[in-house]
Ligand binder design. Structure first.
Ligand SMILES: Nc1ncnc2c1ncn2[C@@H]1O[C@H](COP(=O)(O)OP(=O)(O)OP(=O)(O)O)[C@@H](O)[C@H]1O
Ligand SMILES: [Mg+2]
Length: 464
């Protein structure tokens, strides 16, 4: 188990030392330390340490001279909005604390802080981290941030909008939020809004009364009622039609629903997590998605970067999937040859983590020894390498997956040009319009939506 890194900030030396000693002394049942602890005597020193180290948790005193706890909280959040912060405060500052909790603090401890209280509060935070670590495999900076963010937001009941390309792990993230939340022992109910026929979706979500439509032979509870006290995961939220958007908005705002054909309002206590791979802002501009619903959903945004933008994760995910699917190799431990490894690491992964998982699963089935070789990898991965290696490119007799190949090439061109459509189009010998059309076709949106580098030059906007 990985040690958790904790930063303590307090201007009183005694207090600082005691907290540090208590935390450092904490061991697991095998006698291993649980926490790595550093201490800072004021906000400025804290910021210096924060820039140099990767912390999982910060405990800060509220009243300090120089930079106080709230100012530090703000500065920390500006550097890393995902870091969980526990405020330590004297009795009577409860209003400030409540304010801080709304502003992004994770929890608080009231002074004088007892040993048990300290250990319990920290252990609670760390238990959430471990729940998330179990669910989400990833070591890239981007995923470390996402994981900390999940820990930080798990306690609230606010709606979370999880966005990312297909296969990036959105549902997995949703489960992690649920597992780290106080609702963990209640139901996690997922529903795919795109998979259910528009007419049925309303009764699926909100239930119906007996006889409310042909075929409604008995009354039925909807998923909002079924998930009461738990978490409801609305997948592919971008596919809701306008009338369902209005109904969902009401459910989120009023926290109550009405069954189809019913008249009475039913209170529900559900935490809603939503996911999409669509560009909802554009849909709002085009009036295809209600703006008010968008803001209602997007209270906490979680953007999951595509795998190609967090390449550090490829190796750990690869090892994880090798273990997970090792039954396919008769349970014997499997290695990956250097050549195969290189291909896997360099590939653009247009289908993201899901594509990586199925590549490994398949390779395990095909491998003839205890080593996965290039021959065991899916065609589309080998094809890209072959094109890159160029020279004598020949289509394999088994044929290729043209769509996957096209998508990989588009992504590669876009990545190489820092998502400048004009330059990427030139690389591929396509017109701007064709390029745009193809990007749309695969739903390839520019990463870091809303980032400050939104427009690199105006050549994109002018077209050809
Ligand atoms: N960080 C991760 N750690 C472990 N497994 C992961 C991770 N991310 C994704 N997976 C696995 O990859 C597969 C795809 O993930 P998931 O279904 O959550 O993606 P998604 O973003 O919801 O995709 P889609 O948009 O196509 O619905 C699942 O089998 C999931 O368990
Ligand atoms: Mg999904």
């Amino acid at each position: 188990m990985k040690l958790k890194n904790i930063l303590i900030v307090d201007d009183e030396k005694n207090q600082r030392d005691i907290l540090q000693l208590i935390l450092i002394g904490e061991r697991d049942e095998l006698g291993n330390s649980l926490y790595n602890v550093k201490a800072a005597s004021d906000g400025h020193e804290a910021m210096r340490l924060f820039k140099l180290n990767r912390f999982d948790l910060v405990l800060t005193d509220l009243k300090m001279h120089g930079m106080d706890g709230i100012e530090l909280l703000n500065e920390l959040s500006q550097m890393d909005s995902s870091i969980p912060v526990i405020l330590m405060t004297a009795h009577g500052s409860i209003d400030t604390v409540k304010e801080a909790l709304r502003g992004g603090a994770f929890d608080y401890l009231e002074k004088p802080i007892g040993r048990t209280e300290l250990l319990e509060t920290v252990a609670r935070a760390v238990a959430k981290m471990r729940a998330v670590d179990e669910e989400i495999v990833g070591v890239s900076d981007a995923m470390e941030r996402v994981k900390k963010m999940i820990v930080k937001i798990a306690g609230s009941s606010s709606t979370v909008l999880i966005r990312g390309e297909s296969g990036t792990g959105k549902e997995r993230i949703a489960r992690a939020v649920h597992k780290a939340s106080p609702r963990a022992n209640e139901r996690f109910q997922a529903v795919n809004c795109a998979a259910i026929n528009e007419n049925l979706l309303e009764s699926e979500l909100f239930g119906h009364e007996k006889g409310s439509f042909t075929g409604a032979h008995a009354e039925k509870k909807g998923l909002f009622e079924i998930a009461d006290k738990g978490t409801l995961f609305l997948d592919e939220i971008g596919e809701l039609n306008v009338s369902m958007q209005a109904k969902l908005l009401r459910a989120l705002q009023e926290k109550e629903i009405t069954r189809v054909g019913g008249t009475k309002s039913i209170k529900v206590d559900v935490r809603v997590l939503a996911a999409t791979n669509r560009d909802l802002e554009s849909m709002v501009k085009e009036k295809r998605f209600r703006e008010d619903l968008f803001y209602r959903l997007n209270v906490i945004p979680l953007d999951i970067p595509p795998l190609r933008q967090r390449r550090d994760d490829i190796v750990v995910l690869m090892d994880y999937f090798l273990r997970k699917h090792s039954a396919n190799s008769g349970g014997k431990p499997m290695k990956v040859s250097n050549d195969a490894r290189r291909l896997l690491m360099d590939y653009a992964w247009p289908g993201n983590v899901r594509q990586l998982e199925s590549a490994i699963e398949r390779a395990l089935l095909l491998a003839e020894s205890d080593e996965i070789t290039v021959e065991d990898l899916p065609m589309e991965i080998r094809d890209v390498a072959r094109i890159e290696g160029s020279g004598g490119f020949r289509l394999p007799a088994e044929g290729i997956d043209f769509e996957q190949l096209e998508k990989s090439l588009l992504i590669q061109a876009m990545d190489q040009t820092n998502w400048n459509i004009t330059r990427a189009a030139k690389l591929l010998g396509l017109s701007f319009r064709t390029m745009q059309y193809r990007l749309d076709k695969f739903g390839l949106a520019r990463p870091n939506r809303g980032g400050k580098d939104e427009f690199e030059g105006d050549d994109d906007a002018n077209g050809e």
